[in-house]
Design a protein around this ligand. Sequence first.
Ligand SMILES: C[S@@+](CC[C@H](N)C(=O)[O-])C[C@H]1O[C@@H](n2cnc3c(N)ncnc32)[C@H](O)[C@@H]1O
Ligand SMILES: [Zn+2]
Ligand SMILES: [Zn+2]
Length: 435
Amino acid sequence: MSAENQAQFAIRFYDGKAKTYNQTWHPDYAQRFSSYLQLSAGDHVLDIACGTGLLTFLAAHRVGSQGRVVGVDVTPSMLSQAKTRKEINEDAYSHVEFYEADAMNLDAVKELKKESFDMITVASALVLFPDPQKVITHWVTFLKPGGTLVVDSPHPRSFLAGMVLERTCQRLKLPIPYCRCWSTSEHALRQVLEDVGLEVEKVITLENQSGYGRRCYEDSDWDDHFVEKVVLGDVARIFADPETRRQAQAVFKEEWENMAVNGRVEEVDSVFLGIGRKSTDPQAAKTMLSGGCRCGNIRYTSSAKPTDITNCYCRACQQLSGSGFLPFVHVPTYALKFTESSTLKKIKLSHVGERAFCSSCGSPISMVYNDSLNSNCITMGSVNGASLKDAWPKVTKHIFLKEKAPWTILPDDGAPRFDGFSDGSPPVEAYAKPQ
Ligand SMILES: C[S@@+](CC[C@H](N)C(=O)[O-])C[C@H]1O[C@@H](n2cnc3c(N)ncnc32)[C@H](O)[C@@H]1O
Ligand SMILES: [Zn+2]
Ligand SMILES: [Zn+2]
């Protein structure tokens, strides 16, 4: 789904839901969501994709009449429920405002000033946007320094048929009005918040979001879900063409069966809730790179742009990577922050420096040389590519080629090649020949 038609899609999707929306599980969930908001009287809150205003009104009670709560949504029928509720009780809600706008372009709402909100809330909506980092970066411009963003994203096994539908649409290159495949764990949500430069206060899992707890289906139950989601629930008319629907049916079945373990498909009624704070230090506000280990127990951010990549072919790098070499990207020590490090294990394998890896999953993370403590060499494999925002550093050196395994073929990338370290010794021409 392109960013341009996301709003139109959302309107088609939610228009028919508006009338009965407040009779679903959403009001209970909004109560739970609001219990995590650290609000004070007088605070200013922006509730993005506010829908019928469930959370907006709860926030309004918390900040009191000295505060200000603004709800923004793109679907007129959802918003009109909210506006009616305000009109009915204008005295209590005089400090509440609603605007119809696309959350991807809040600059169009002249009443919204940059850096003017203490808190931004986004409940049950982040995965409706095609690029979470991009849209959050836009939202955060409306937060005061020190303000918080509170946002949720679904557990990968919640609303399972929706997940299966997304995978089906991805395979068939069909548009779908949400994008939740990135939301695989608490860590994934944390990563998104870190990527946009927020200091993550916490990410937690809320169970029993919509009241069913956990439930199991047979792997043969796919048909019921297909009928419910695709045949009856196709409000966005993605599958209107019979041939498309026929293809979707086969892929849906396959994807549903892929979810099965021992013939059973489990649905988990959980949601991840994340709270991130905008830094008061304008320098620190920008995360230029983030990453971590495979299991997620180690995570880091860098406020400085990573520089070049060095590929090291030494024997230790071969053994630690289980491969021909380890690529390292260089990050200044002052800029590097380990946001999670419970399993970070440091180890000296030689007198030249110290390596770090995850003692839980074994991922190699970094190397710091004794004679250049102000620079960290971070393993490229641990870097989260999305955080680089397409500004990939280049490989500028191949080092320790005297220890290179004969089966490793050097890339023809023009980067200088060295016998050992690159410190002062000239590049070695011999390695420039095809290996
Ligand atoms: C599941 S509802 C959540 C509503 C509310 N936050 C709640 O917790 O009840 C998702 C809402 O996102 C809104 N939405 C989707 N795309 C949007 C966009 N581009 N701009 C503004 N709102 C959007 C929809 O109109 C819908 O009201
Ligand atoms: Zn790990
Ligand atoms: Zn090495």
